[in-house]
Design a protein around this ligand. Structure first.
Ligand SMILES: Cc1cc2nc3c(=O)[nH]c(=O)nc-3n(C[C@H](O)[C@H](O)[C@H](O)COP(=O)(O)O)c2cc1C
Length: 145
């Protein structure tokens, strides 16, 4: 989506939302970090409440996520910024937070693989109980009459 379209959607949503309703957005980074920071500043100015940044460009798939770009964005904004990309466990979450200074991390594939990945004691794999609970709750209870 072009930057101007994103800004238009945001400002129109801001005007229509009742006060107090928060608006967040999620973006990928540009090749040029300055361009990315500029876009994020404009989003913030237009009333964005929080931003999640996936540290890959649109064309990137398996390349390592660029934490320095996320850091540059975080350092340029006052609103909360959430870092995303390659967080597969608690250690990755901590590493990502430290490297970016972000207010939080978001995980997609990691959480699909291991729903217990943010357990306070750190769970490297999906615990057996987690699988049993899921089967009990979603596969048995919800289909029983
Ligand atoms: C099943 C699945 C669905 C996704 N759907 C969306 C989506 O609707 N919107 C979006 O911005 N990103 C979506 N993503 C991308 C993730 O939010 C995330 O940016 C990307 O997977 C990198 O983070 P990860 O390394 O934690 O997986 C999706 C990813 C997965 C695996």
């Amino acid at each position: 989506m072009a930057n101007s379209a994103l800004l238009t959607i945001l400002s129109k949503s801001r005007n229509r939302c009742r006060p107090g309703l928060s608006i967040s957005a999620k973006i990928r980074v540009h090749d040029d970090v300055k361009e990315t920071v500029e876009l994020c500043r404009r989003l913030e100015k237009a009333g964005l409440d929080s931003l999640t940044v996936h540290g890959r460009t649109v064309r990137q798939r398996a390349e390592p996520v660029d934490l320095q770009k996320i850091r540059a964005i975080k350092d340029s904004l006052a609103i909360p910024v959430v870092a995303n990309g390659d967080v597969r466990g608690l250690l990755d979450a901590r590493r990502t937070r430290e490297a970016t200074g972000c207010d939080g991390v978001m995980a997609a594939r990691g959480a699909l693989e291991n729903p217990a990945m943010f357990h306070p004691e750190g769970q490297e794999g999906t615990p057996e109980d987690c699988v049993k609970d899921w089967i009990r709750e979603y596969c048995i209870r919800r289909v029983s009459f």
